[in-house]
Design a protein around this ligand. Structure first.
Ligand SMILES: NC(=O)c1ccc[n+]([C@@H]2O[C@H](COP(=O)([O-])OP(=O)(O)OC[C@H]3O[C@@H](n4cnc5c(N)ncnc54)[C@H](O)[C@@H]3O)[C@@H](O)[C@H]2O)c1
Length: 339
C-alpha cells in the first residue's frame, strides 16, 4: 500500500484524491490546506488526517508520496521540502514559474533519490495517446503539422483568485496553454524556434499575465506546430480541447467541446482519421479518465520501484521552458530560438 498526502484541497486536490480512491494500492492518509473547512472536508471524505501545517503533513512518518495540488508559486518550495523528507512527489503542472526553480526541484529529487512526476495529464489522456500512436506508427505517412486548442472561462474556484496574478500562476501561457505545448513536443520532439502572439485582459492588465495566446513552433525535419489557448472566455463558452495532426497520407483529429469545465466528457466526439481515398475512420478509444491513469501510473511506479518514464521532471522542465519562451515571444514580439 502507498500512503499519500494531498497538499491543497482545491479543484485538483479533490480530483486526485477521488482518483486514488479507485486505485487498489493507494490510500490517502493526509490532507493539508490552509483553509480548514476545505481541508477537513476532503480529509473526512477519505478517512484521512487533516493538517493545517504543510511541513508537519510532509514530515508525517505515515506518508510515502506527496501529491502537490497547491497554487503554482508553491510547487518548487514544497517539492524541495518533500524531497528532503524522503517522499516521492507528484507535482501538478506547470512544474514551477521559472527554470531556476525547476532546476532546483530536479536537483532535490536526484539528491534525495526519490521519484518525481509532473501532472502533464495529456500524456495519459487516451485520445491524445492514441493519436500519438497513430502518428508514430507511420500509417498516415510523414507528419507535417500539428494543431492544438484549449479554451476555457477563467477558473472561478481558485482560492483567493491566485490564477489572476501572473506572479502566482504564470498566466494562461503557463497554466493552460502549457498542456498543448507539452503535447506537441511529446509528438514532434524538441522545438527549434518559437513565435507567439498574446493579449492581456484590459481589466486585469499585466498583473494577470497573458489571457490568450497563439504559439507557432518549428520542429526538426520541416515539421511545424501551432497551439491556441486562453481563459478569457465568458459565460457558457464550453471548455474546448482540439487536436489535428496533418500527415502526408491523412489527418487525425479530435474535437472536444463539452461542459463548463471537463465534467461532460461522455459528450466528446471520437478521434477520427481522414484518409486520401475518402474514407473516414472513427476510432474506439478507451474511456478511462486521464487523471485516474496518471495517478495509477505514479502509484505503480512508486509501489513497485519502477522508473518514471512518463511526465518526468525533465518533461515538466521542457514544457515550462517552451511555455516561458512562448510568453516571452508574445510579450516582446521576438522569435525565440532553442539550442
Ligand atoms: N492538470 C490539470 O488539468 C490541472 C487542472 C487544474 C489545476 N491544475 C494545477 O493544480 C494546481 C492547483 O490548482 P487548483 O485549481 O486546484 O487551485 P485551487 O485554488 O482550487 O486549490 C488550491 C488549494 O491550495 C490551498 N492553499 C493555497 N495556499 C496554501 C498554503 N500556503 N498552505 C496550504 N494550502 C494552501 C488553497 O486553500 C486551495 O484549497 C495549480 O498548479 C494548477 O495549475 C492542473
Amino acid at each position: 500500500m502507498v500512503n499519500i498526502a494531498i497538499l491543497g484541497a482545491g479543484f485538483i486536490g479533490d480530483l486526485h484524491s477521488n482518483s486514488y480512491k479507485q486505485i487498489e494500492d493507494a490510500n490517502v492518509v493526509a490532507v493539508a490546506d490552509k483553509v480548514e473547512e476545505k481541508g477537513r472536508k476532503l480529509a473526512s471524505d477519505h478517512g484521512a488526517k487533516y493538517y493545517s501545517d504543510l511541513d508537519q503533513c510532509i514530515k508525517s512518518e505515515e506518508v510515502d508520496n506527496v501529491d502537490i495540488c497547491l497554487p503554482t508559486f508553491l510547487h518548487a518550495e514544497l517539492t524541495k521540502k518533500a524531497a528532503d523528507a524522503g517522499k516521492n512527489i507528484f507535482c501538478e503542472k506547470p512544474m514551477a514559474l521559472t527554470l531556476d526553480e525547476a532546476d532546483q526541484m530536479i536537483e532535490a529529487v536526484e539528491k534525495n533519490k526519490v521519484k518525481g512526476m509532473i501532472g502533464h495529464v495529456i500524456r495519459f489522456w487516451p485520445e491524445y495517446i492514441r493519436a500519438k500512436e497513430v502518428v508514430d506508427s507511420g500509417e498516415l505517412g510523414k507528419p507535417l503539422f500539428g494543431y492544438c486548442e484549449r479554451l476555457a472561462v477563467l477558473p472561478d474556484w481558485h482560492q483567493d483568485n491566485w490564477g489572476l496574478q501572473e506572479k502566482y500562476s504564470g498566466g494562461a501561457a503557463l497554466d493552460l496553454h502549457i498542456h498543448d505545448l507539452d503535447y506537441l513536443t511529446w509528438v514532434f520532439g524538441k522545438p527549434k524556434r518559437v513565435m507567439a502572439q498574446g493579449v492581456y485582459n484590459p481589466q486585469t492588465i499585466k498583473q494577470g499575465g497573458l489571457v490568450h495566446i497563439t504559439t507557432n513552433i518549428e520542429f526538426e525535419d520541416g515539421v511545424a506546430g501551432s497551439a491556441e489557448g486562453g481563459w478569457a472566455f465568458k459565460g457558457s463558452f464550453p471548455f474546448t480541447m482540439i487536436f489535428r495532426i496533418l500527415c502526408t497520407e491523412g489527418t487525425i483529429e479530435w474535437v472536444f467541446r463539452a461542459g463548463k469545465n471537463i465534467e461532460e466528457r461522455a459528450q466528446a466526439t471520437k478521434v477520427t482519421i481522414y484518409r486520401p481515398d475518402g474514407s473516414i475512420e472513427e476510432l474506439d478509444v478507451d474511456k478511462t479518465d486521464g487523471y485516474l491513469l496518471e495517478c495509477k501510473y505514479f502509484v505503480d511506479c512508486t509501489h513497485n520501484q519502477k522508473e518514471i518514464k512518463k511526465a518526468t521532471f525533465g518533461d515538466g522542465r521542457a514544457a515550462l521552458e517552451l511555455a516561458l519562451a512562448a510568453a516571452y515571444s508574445a510579450k516582446n514580439k521576438e522569435i525565440v530560438k532553442f539550442k
